[in-house]
Design a protein. Sequence first.
Length: 382
Amino acid sequence: MEPDVFEPLLQSVREFVRGRLVPLEKQVDEEDRIPDELVAEMREMGFFGLSIPTEYGGLGLTAVEEARVAFELGWTSPAFRSVFGTNTGIGSQGILIDGTDEQKRTYLPRMASGELIASFCLTEPQSGSDAASLQTRAERVDGGYRLTGTKRYITNAPRAGVFTVMARTDPNQKGASGISAFVVDAASSGLSLGKPERKLGQRGTAVCDVIFDSCFVPDAALIGGVSGKGFRTAMKVLDRGRLNIGAFCVGTAERLIDEMVRYADARVQFGKPISDFQLIQAMIADSEVEKEAALALVLQSARLRDDLQPIVKAAAMSKYYASEMVGRVADRAVQVFGGAGYIAEYCVERFYRDVRLFRIYEGTSQIQQLVIAREVLKEHRQ
Ligand code: COS
C-alpha cells in the first residue's frame, strides 16, 4: 500500500482501538461476548480482509503492514481481534496458500468482507503439539469424503460458516503424509459443535469442539485438489499465524507499559510517586527493552516474508520471544500495581489472564523452541 493510504488507515485503526474498543474491554470480559454492532463496525473498517489480496476483496496488506496493524490491535483485549483474526489468519490462509483458484474465488471474497467467518481445525483431544498424530478420518466415498472425528478448542467455531479441517485420508500413513486439508461448510450434515468453553482469559473469544460424524464433503472441498499435503498446509498456515501473534504481543506489551507508567506516576508512597523509585524503574526499563527487541524481531521476520524468504525459524522465534516477553511484562505490570493489580477493577488483572494463552496456542513455547533448534541445527550442519 502507498504510505499516503496506509498511514491514515493505521491512524484510523488506532483511533478505533483506543476510542471504541478500549472502553468496552471490561464489559466484554464480564459478559464473555462481543456486541453485534461492533462486529458490523469491524466489517466496515475492512478488518476481516486485512491480509486477503485485493483481487479477492481484501486490503492485501504486506506482512510488515499487517504487523504494524497488529501492533495497534494488540493495545486492546485479544477477544476483539479473535472476531476477525481467524479470517485474516489461520481460517483463510490454507485456501490462500494452497487452495485451487476456484476455492479462492468461492471463499476468499466472503471471508474478506466478513460475511463468512472462517475457522481452523487441527487440534484434537489426543493430538495437540503432536499435530501429525491426528486421528480424524476422511474416508473416500463416491464423489467425495466422509469425515469422522472431533476437533478440540477451535477458536471462533461457534461463529464460523466454514472450517479448514485437517483429516487423515490415508489410514496406512500414521504421520504427516497421510493428512489432507478440506474446506468444510459449517452447515454440512454430520457436523456439530460442542458447548462453548469457559476459559482463564480472553473472554469474548468463542471456543468449542467441532464434531464430525460421517460428515460428507465433496471432492471440491479438498484443498488444492491433492491429498496428503494437508499437514504441510497446516504448518505453512501456522508459520504465518505465529508471526502475527508475535506482532500482537508487542502491541499488548506497549499497552501494559503505558498502564504501568501512568499508574507509577500517579501512585504516591513514601511521599513521592512510585515511578521515582529505582526498583519500579527497573521493571519499566526491562519491559521496554524486551518489547522493543520483540518489535525488531517481528518486523525483521515480516520483512523476510515480504521478500518471499523462508520464515519457519523467524516466525517461531517471533512468537516464542514475543509471547514469553508479554507474559513477563504483564507480570511486572501486576507487580507495579501491587494489590490493585490483582483486582478485576484494573485492566492489568485481565491482561495478565489474557496473555497466558499466547504461549500456548498456535504452538506452545516448547514447540517453538523445538522448531527453532531444528532449523539452527540444519543451517549449521549444511
Ligand atoms: N512449512 C512447510 N512444511 C513443513 C513445515 C513448515 N513450517 N513444518 C513441517 N513441514 C513438513 C516437513 O518438511 C515434513 O515434510 P516431508 O515429510 O516432505 O519432509 C512434514 O511437514 C512433517 O514435518 P515434521 O517431520 O517436522 O513433523 P513432526 O511430526 O516432527 O512435527 C511439529 C513438527 C512438532 C513442529 C508440528 O507438529 C507442530 O508445529 N506442532 C504444533 C502444532 C500447533 O501449533 N498446534 C496449535 C494448534 S492450531 S491453533
